[in-house]
Design a protein around this ligand. Structure first.
Ligand code: ZN
Length: 328
């Protein structure tokens, strides 16, 4: 079923998405439970419009939003917002590549990361699009952030632009270390590791732990994915989740929609990356979490599934990557 009809089947309770900017709060969207895994809300906080933005999100079926920081000020802001709105917001904190010259404080980040509402380290990463001059400094900061996340066993939310080879190289190291960090076996423990051809069968205890090693939580998310199939494959091999933004709805995004079709359902996430990248046909309006519904609809159409099913799958994936048990 294509998404157009799927969204119309939404029990008639949804606020029509075209009504987003017309004020008012429609009924809660009973047919969809969406998770916007990447929203920058500090601008709305500065304007005093967060309450209205969250109300419109809930009316559009958005049950959860991860408010993402990137600087000292925005990290403080998103944690404060998540604490004030525990029914809908989670937070991620980190220092992004544009902070390289500001010498951001790790001690403050460590304090924020201890807050229960903080579920990830991000956004962090590499961007060589504007300048390659800062590339070495970006890699140093990214490496620090990866170590910070590893120490706390928190997933990372990664930005990569024109830096995919370096991103993969660094994430490869991270994901190997991540997997090992969930390897809880004592090296001196009985029955490990000796499953050679002529050796006795592994003990039950070791089998149990082996299962744990094979299934650690995902190490992170490549957010706002715009790469090709080869990049996606590399990320999937490392165990990462792949998150699509409103870019997937753009007229010229045919190749990206083709890549999106091939991502396994259990690795797919949706986001707005608001206030940027408003999905079509709402270009020109300020992006906000309510529009993540449009991202779900476009992806569902590309994949030939119902939007409600895609929303549910991506919600479950977000819960898994954020190691977050809550519901809504
Ligand atoms: Zn972002």
């Amino acid at each position: 079923m294509r998404s157009g009809s799927a969204s119309r089947r939404c029990f008639g309770l949804c606020l029509p998405i075209t009504g987003l900017n017309e004020g008012g709060r429609g009924g809660y969207c009973a047919g969809m439970r969406l998770f916007d895994t990447h929203a920058h809300l500090d601008g709305f906080a500065a304007e005093g419009t967060v309450e209205a933005v969250l109300a419109r999100a809930q009316a559009a079926g958005v049950a959860r939003i991860c408010a993402v920081g990137s600087s000292e000020a925005s990290n403080e802001c998103v944690v404060r917002l998540a604490q004030a709105h525990p029914d809908i917001l989670l937070a991620a904190v980190g220092y992004d590549r544009d902070q390289v010259e500001k010498r951001p404080r790790l001690d403050r980040l460590a304090a924020l990361a201890q807050e229960p509402c903080v579920v990830a380290v991000g956004e962090i990463g590499l961007d060589y699009y504007y300048s390659t001059e800062t590339a070495p400094a970006q890699r140093t900061l990214f490496s620090k952030m990866l170590a910070f996340a590893l120490e706390r066993q928190r997933p990372v939310i990664v930005h990569s632009r024109e830096a995919d080879d370096d991103t993969i190289a660094m994430l490869k190291e991270f994901s190997i270390a991540w997997k090992k960090s969930f390897h809880t076996v004592e090296k001196s423990g009985p029955g490990f590791p000796q499953h050679g051809k002529n050796q006795p069968p592994v003990s039950t205890a070791w089998k149990k732990v082996f299962h744990g090693v094979e299934h650690p939580p995902p190490p992170g998310i490549l957010h706002c994915f715009t790469g090709n199939a080869a990049f996606a494959d590399q990320l999937l091999d490392l165990g990462l989740m792949i998150s699509f933004s409103g870019i997937v709805s753009f007229n010229n995004a045919g190749p990206l929609r083709e890549v999106a079709q091939e991502i396994p359902e259990d690795r797919l996430l949706i986001e707005t990356d608001c206030p940027y990248l408003t999905p079509a046909p709402f270009r020109g309006k300020v992006n906000e979490p309510a529009y993540v519904r449009r991202v779900a609809e476009v992806l569902a159409e590309a994949r030939g599934v119902e939007a409600t099913a895609l929303a549910e799958a991506t919600f479950a994936n977000a819960q898994r990557v954020f190691q977050w048990e809550g519901n809504r």
